[in-house]
Design a binder for this molecule. Structure first.
Ligand code: FE
Length: 136
């Protein structure tokens, strides 16, 4: 996979201030504020930084956390998982492998069969609705 490298200045120009704070500074949007928390449309969730396809609406579930939640990535290699020991917690950070953008964290309290909950900031995602209205 080809990685995208940009200077911090280039990222500032390419992203909104909120996208920059989350993707490039590992920030978190307040819960229940993001555009996609309750989105139930069919489609693909791409990285807001580079457009890489990350998650499908088919893996999205209502976790009650206030952030979009997915039970699995659409393309596992699109994500990079790292240990995050910030804020006096040990968590697993989720990044976009292509651009290195911070997306959120993954927890082990998701639904079967994966048991995973990818807790992702809406502002780190760009939703593309499915064009066809047929069956999945
Ligand atoms: Fe990306």
């Amino acid at each position: 996979m080809e990685r995208i490298e940009k200077s911090e200045q280039e990222w500032r120009l390419a992203l909104t201030p909120q996208q920059y704070a989350i993707l490039r500074e590992a920030g978190t949007e307040p819960p229940f504020t993001g555009a996609y928390t309750y989105n139930k449309e069919r489609g693909a969730y791409r990285c807001a930084g580079c457009g890489a396809e990350l998650f499908s609406s088919q893996a999205k579930f209502d976790s009650g956390s206030g952030w979009p939640s997915f039970s699995e990535p659409e393309i596992a290699e699109a994500l990079e998982l790292r240990e995050d020991r910030s804020h006096n917690m040990v968590r697993t950070e989720v990044r976009c492998r292509r651009c290195g953008g911070h997306l959120g964290h993954v927890f082990d309290d998701g639904p079967a069969p994966t048991g995973k909950r990818f807790c992702i900031n809406s502002a780190a995602l760009s939703f593309c609705a499915a064009q066809d209205q047929g069956a999945d």
